[in-house]
Design a protein around this ligand. Sequence first.
Ligand SMILES: Nc1nc2c(c(=O)[nH]1)N=C([C@H](O)[C@H](O)COP(=O)(O)OP(=O)(O)OP(=O)(O)O)CN2
Length: 138
Amino acid sequence: MIYVSRQEHFNAAHKLYNPSWTEERNKEVFGPCANTNWHGHNYDLIVTVKGQPDPETGFVIDLKQLSTLIREHIVDQVDHKNLNLDVPFMKDQLASTENLVVAFWQILVREIPKISGAQLHCIKLYETPRNFVEYYGE
Ligand SMILES: Nc1nc2c(c(=O)[nH]1)N=C([C@H](O)[C@H](O)COP(=O)(O)OP(=O)(O)OP(=O)(O)O)CN2
């Protein structure tokens, strides 16, 4: 099995805020991440697919096609957006990195089979250079 990855980038605003809690509780749990008027991140998104190379191309997946797919279905939906307000697939969800990777998975697992026989293996999302989340669909 061969694992092939593509990295994309976006920036977005959000706040971590549970609407069923008081302002005080949100500040206590999420600290500055609950700031009323939002804060931003430069996110790095790494999508890994797995499969066998096609004998005619040598590719598990054409990385140009994978990039286009990620941009159309994910990056264009979130880049320069407010994750709490502007992104339909994050509606009514806490805009944590964990919830983002699960939402991205649900989109990509549906879209990748339309361009390739490769299987989605992992989505890794860096919220900051030091904080990142990985999801394997389990
Ligand atoms: N499990 C999670 N924990 C946290 C998340 C998250 O999505 N999942 N998100 C945040 C905040 O959004 C926060 O803005 C992260 O920034 P920060 O704590 O400042 O992280 P940095 O790596 O930039 O800063 P350090 O100085 O290295 O701590 C919080 N938690």
